[in-house]
Ligand binder design. Structure first.
Ligand SMILES: NC(=O)c1ccc[n+]([C@@H]2O[C@H](COP(=O)([O-])OP(=O)(O)OC[C@H]3O[C@@H](n4cnc5c(N)ncnc54)[C@H](OP(=O)(O)O)[C@@H]3O)[C@@H](O)[C@H]2O)c1
Ligand SMILES: [Zn+2]
Length: 354
């Protein structure tokens, strides 16, 4: 603890488990000094707690739960030997940013600088950096303009940086489970639930690999787009029980990207026997999982979280090869709040970025 967090100077006694399932035993460790008063002004707060954060940068942040996103000056660390500094040109708006700003999951620390679908240009490299040089076009799936080279990927020259940005989260989040669960097989039938940021990229991967794609959506207005622009082969309105029942046991796999509470029952019924549903959407309330569609069809429900860095670069290269980018609506930083409100109302076609 003292090595990695130099400001942890208070010795305290507690009880801890030293390993998985270990007994809880007395344990002495370090805590940081208690801040005298919680500072509103981000700059002061950051310099107090992170002494090596010396570079002043400008961003946009929510200062409190449901707060508006406003200009925010804060500190970043110096570019270390293993770090790269990125001039951020575009940043996607993932529904996860909205969950965080609204503290839907109860885990947000404020002030919060949202955004984790970043593309830009390298402006500085540390002495140990071998994979990147100044001027490289890169992407990051984390917030941040100064970070270890380990978290950065190259963006192929053929992909525009604005429409590539959401690949850093939406793209890898659907690519990773599609690959892991052997979904990328030509001729197989995939269902994509929720036609938003994640959903529309899933369709693009599936079409690039020759799958038959059925979109399952709550929005009738999205059918034309799904079929004509994205090349979906079929479109089901999930609110129409008849339509859903008519397609029972027809799909090999389903990827569910829905950001709100819903029932997995009618979706599971679309799967063939032993079919697999991967849940990547993260509603704040538990989804309904009725047992009958699970047990009668011997179906599986599983989850997946983004993907590793090696896989993210692999996904980027595949996007470069198949010319996969995201359908985007460009907005300026001063339109972020309006854009987030529209995202909450499901009133966007595809992710925003700037
Ligand atoms: N597992 C991971 O690692 C990971 C990574 C990124 C994001 N996520 C999560 O994945 C979810 C989707 O993210 P996204 O950026 O693709 O979001 P998005 O663009 O808002 O798309 C979500 C889609 O869900 C559907 N939906 C149905 N009912 C809804 C409702 N009441 N409110 C909002 N949407 C509703 C909509 O599709 P239709 O109109 O077609 O029904 C909507 O387009 C979020 O929960 C996000 O936090 C997870
Ligand atoms: Zn995301």
């Amino acid at each position: 603890m003292t090595q990695t967090t130099p400001n942890h100077t208070q010795t305290v006694a507690g009880w801890a488990a030293l390993e998985q399932n270990g007994k809880i035993t007395p344990y002495v460790f370090k805590r940081r000094e208690r801040e005298k008063e919680r500072k509103r002004e981000g700059e002061k707060e950051m310099t107090q707690t992170t002494p090596n954060h010396t570079q002043t940068v400008a961003g946009w942040a929510a200062l409190e739960q449901n707060g508006k996103i406003t200009p925010y000056v804060f500190k970043r660390r110096e570019n270390g030997a293993d770090d790269v500094t990125i001039k951020i040109l575009f940043c996607g708006m993932c529904h996860t940013d909205l969950h965080h700003v609204r503290n839907d999951w109860g885990i947000t620390f404020f002030p919060l600088v949202p955004g984790h679908e970043i593309t830009g240009l390298i402006t500085k490299v540390g002495s140990n950096v071998t994979e990147f040089k100044v001027g490289d076009r890169v992407g990051v799936g984390l917030p941040g303009g100064v970070l270890s080279q380990l978290y950065v990927v190259h963006v192929p020259d053929s992909l525009p940086l604005d429409a590539a940005a959401p690949l850093l989260c939406a793209g890898i989040t659907v690519y990773s489970p599609m690959k892991e669960h052997n979904m990328l097989q030509a001729g197989k039938k995939l269902g994509v639930v929720g036609l938003g940021g994640l959903g529309h990229v899933a369709i693009k991967f599936a079409k690039a690999f020759g799958l038959h794609v059925t979109v399952i959506s709550t929005s009738p207005s999205k059918e034309k787009e799904a079929r004509e622009r994205l090349g979906a082969d079929a479109f089901l309105l999930s609110t129409d029980a008849k339509q859903m029942a008519a397609e029972s046991r027809t799909l090999d796999f389903v990827i569910d990207t829905v950001a709100a509470k819903h029932s997995l029952g009618p979706i599971l019924n679309l799967l063939k026997v032993s079919g697999n549903l991967v849940l990547v959407g993260a509603p704040d309330k538990p989804v309904e999982l009725p047992s009958f569609p699970l047990i009668f069809g011997k179906r599986t429900v599983t989850g997946s979280l983004i993907g590793g860095m090696k896989e993210t670069q692999e996904m980027m290269n595949i996007c470069g090869k198949h010319n996969i980018t995201c359908d985007i609506e460009l907005v300026k930083p001063n339109q972020i709040n309006e854009a987030l409100d529209r995202l909450a109302r499901n009133d966007v076609r595809y992710p925003f970025r700037d």
